[in-house]
Design a protein around this ligand. Sequence first.
Ligand code: SF4
Length: 475
Amino acid sequence: MNAKPVIITEHLFYYHRCSRRSFLDYRQGVVPQPERSRHREQVTGRWPGVAPAYQPPDWESGFQATLELMRQGVPAIHQGVLQVVTPAAVLVGRPDVLIREPGSSRWGDWHYRPLEIRLGQRPKPEYQAVAAFHSWLLAQIQAVWPRWGELALPGPRFLRVNLEQALPPMHQMLAACLDTLKQPDAPEVFISRSRCQLCPWLDYCSTVAKQKHHLSLVPGVTMKRYEELQTLGLNRIDDLAQADPLRIYNATSLGINTSNKLVRQAQAIAQHQALSVAPITRLPQANIGYFFDIEADPYLDCVYLHGVLLVTPQEQKFYSLVAEQVHQEGRIWQELLTLLERHPHAPIYHFCPFEPQTIQRLGQRYHTEPQRIQAIRQRCVDLHARLVRSVVLPVENYTLKAIARWLGFGWQHPRADGAQCTQWYNQWLHTGDRSYLQALQQYNQDDCFATYHLYRWLVDFMSTQTPPAVHRSTG
Ligand code: SF4
């Protein structure tokens, strides 16, 4: 059978991020659904309307139902279906909202324009491509161009897309996407934390990458670096582990420190052990220490949980300071200050800069004396920064989860992450079901204990290591 390929909005959208994702979705018939979010509810609430009755992926029924609503001239159509058959493919658009506008079209004195609801803060190229795609489909269907395509970003902020600028790259992307979908095999796997972490194919792709000992599993190997390493015949983790950093430095655009670190990182993975990469500085140590982790919801603009593990020679005591309602953020901030000032010289260990940054922000928001904030910030010790400066581990990334798991630490909710935690918080706010609150408190508690686990390991490791011989730049 030579049926035409059916390309839907999501194939185009994800193609920009990862052509492999579009290919796998297409081959497996996966139809991603729009994510539920407060932002989406807020925006769609401004244009009350109707949705066509159909079941994805029955696009033809969805299209006919949408056409009927357009003919009737309803003010807004939610999750409509636009369809155009070209000689090469069936193109199916799924705009979030179609908004009726005055101005003639094949329907009468009205036509429609598309609105795309997206969660990113910037008008990313793939957002603009989708707006242009839907505008183009609409122009074919209603026989008039919409006056503009529009993005609704969080805030909400509404941004018009310049169709003259956005259409040519969209058509190029569409042609490249179609070409990829017609290939017999999936594009090569390349694991990249930023784009893969929310992808439903991550487990599958990670398995494929591990079977191939793929270089993208080495933290620090970006796509550009991968291409450069390949020109030297370095295709697998073992190749890189045995490579001479000076050869990489001389033959690529990578600096000597980066070349050293990548080789050392590959060695750590190949040998399944931690290795030092730079002179090791001592960690501030004391009899008493705090291990601190914050949970916050950027959409609610609320810091809703401070988790603090206080370790003294006598005990380990965990404090969970939670804002059961958003307006309680100020109260838990005051409780946190009291707790951290109980031992005013004890180090405050955390993982990544979010905690001290948030302390600064909350101090300003609640008019806390600057010297108090300064005193607390000076006690903060970022274990992530200390670790990556001096040590490489046999891990695929340097998140707290990946590191602490390698150290043998387990979470009670193994698949949870910060986003899940925020979702639990929103479910708690909406339902009042305390099990959501307990789940996120458990998760945060595990993060604090994992930070403590890492601290103890770092102290041990640093006390036993001598710095390695490294190639130094003379320039
Ligand atoms: S996991 Fe990564 S490589 Fe695999 S399809 Fe998703 S984004 Fe692409």
